[in-house]
Write a new protein. Structure first.
Length: 71
């Protein structure tokens, strides 16, 4: 399963990971990759000008070894 979230922290400020596991059981930590983009990544106006909004940082982690029918 893919887990993605955004934040205002880059990898120099925080270590991105997702913690998961059964309630009361062993918790597993999966590392997350971090990326962002800037206004120069956009193709042109208005995305580079008045339409620009800083997206923050996008953290993505792949969770493996999940159990079927478990919450």
């Amino acid at each position: 399963m893919l887990s993605a979230e955004t934040s205002g922290y880059d990898i120099s400020e925080a270590v991105p990971f997702v913690g998961w596991g059964p309630k009361g059981g062993k918790q597993i930590q999966s590392a997350a990759g971090t990326l962002t983009f800037n206004r120069n990544s956009m193709c042109g106006q208005p995305a580079r000008t008045v339409g620009w909004r800083d997206p923050g940082f996008i953290h993505t982690s792949f969770l493996k070894e999940l159990w079927p029918n478990m919450r």
